[in-house]
Design a protein around this ligand. Structure first.
Ligand code: ZN
Length: 366
């Protein structure tokens, strides 16, 4: 009986899952450059395929491929979280304009002639969408430290370049109107008697007319390229967002949350390409209304009149995109809060253990 028990115990030990350290030959150690299995090579040797250092491959194999959210780079986590909340705030200005609150909020002024300016009249209302888009997306593409390089890491540099490209392509959309406004102000100032004219008048004339003469003008092609570029950037941003969601939850819900963003980006790129090829699959005012990946006016108009216009394609698409952004931001916020709570709990437990060890040591020394 005793012998049978011992045999059973020995069998249990033999089938128990073990986690051998990384330097044992049972674990695959891929070469960091070519992926060849270098576990049989000496530690100070070279990869037989590409001559990369085996020591480097072993060191990199210890770094996790995709760490859990709580163990991931804290700086990357903060940036992803901030970026996702910035995307949630994209329709804010349009909603404020819809309820005419921007007319009541004072804007900061730089010249005396701007006195009494509201947020609605300031250039901030025009550039809000582009700057928020650029800042939010660049934060999403930030580099994650302490993880192995992945196949889709190239999306980071192209995503950052594309985000700044959106900012540049947006210039004709807002700078032309700003130039016209500056010319209007300059004309108003020039109509005043010469001795009352502010000193800034010649500068305003030069700025406004200089842009209208030499700057880029808003055309349908510029707006179509802006729509295309912003959609591609959002499509690329789905990669870091999926990584973030995947590190803090299961794969399928992460894909479902991201699907509206990715699908609408693909549809928008398809429309723009068809438009560029003169296939005209869209109504003539399509580009004018959808000059950007996010079209918050449609959503804001629904906020202004919820009952009447929800069952419109634009509003449903915008609502799906915005709800996806809200879902991502809430998901990651919950993951971040639980990570912070876990860290605090660990710190508390460690400090308690240190204190008890210290007390025991003091008692032993006495
Ligand atoms: Zn190699």
């Amino acid at each position: 009986m005793v012998g049978r028990r011992i045999c059973l115990r020995a069998h249990q030990i033999s089938i128990m899952p073990t986690s051998p350290p990384i330097d044992l030959p049972t674990v695959t150690i891929p070469c960091y450059r070519c992926g060849y299995d270098v576990r049989a090579q000496p530690v100070n040797g070279r990869c037989p395929e590409c001559a990369a250092s085996v020591a480097d491959s072993r060191r990199l194999a210890l770094i996790p491929r995709r760490p859990a959210w709580r163990d991931a780079d804290p700086r990357w986590r903060r940036r992803i979280l901030t970026g996702s909340w910035i995307l949630v705030l994209m329709p804010l200005m349009a909603v404020l304009q819809q309820f005419q609150w921007t007319e009541r909020i004072p804007a900061p002024i730089f010249y005396d002639v701007q006195r009494g300016q509201s947020l609605d009249e300031s250039c901030f209302a025009m550039v809000y969408l582009y700057f928020m888009f650029c800042i939010g997306l660049v934060l999403l593409f930030s580099k994650e430290r302490n993880r192995q390089p992945a196949r889709l890491d190239w999306t980071q540099r192209w995503g950052v370049t594309g985000s700044y490209g959106v900012l540049l392509l947006g210039i004709p959309a807002y700078a032309f109107i700003m130039a016209l406004v500056i010319i209007g102000i300059a004309a108003l100032l020039q109509s005043m008697p010469l001795r009352y004219q502010p000193a800034v008048t010649p500068l305003l004339v030069k700025l406004g007319t200089g842009y209208v003469y030499y700057g880029p003008h808003p055309t349908l092609l510029a707006e179509a390229s802006l729509a295309c570029c912003s959609s591609i950037v959002v499509l690329l941003a789905c990669v870091p967002l999926f990584n973030a969601l995947r590190s803090s939850g299961p794969r399928v819900p992460a894909g479902i949350v991201l699907a509206p963003l990715a699908l609408s980006a693909v549809v928008q790129v398809g429309y723009v390409l068809a438009y560029a090829l003169h296939l005209n699959p869209v109504p003539p005012d399509w580009v004018g209304n959808h000059f950007f990946y996010f079209n918050p006016e449609a959503l804001a108009s629904w906020f202004g009149d919820p009952g009447r216009i929800f069952f419109h394609g634009n509003v449903i698409a915008e609502a799906a995109k915005w709800l996806a952004c809200v879902g991502i931001a809430v998901w990651l916020t919950i993951a971040q809060i639980s990570a912070i709570c876990r860290r605090r709990r660990l710190v508390r437990t460690a400090s308690k253990r240190n204190r008890s060890t210290g007390t025991q040591e003091a008692l032993t020394s006495r």
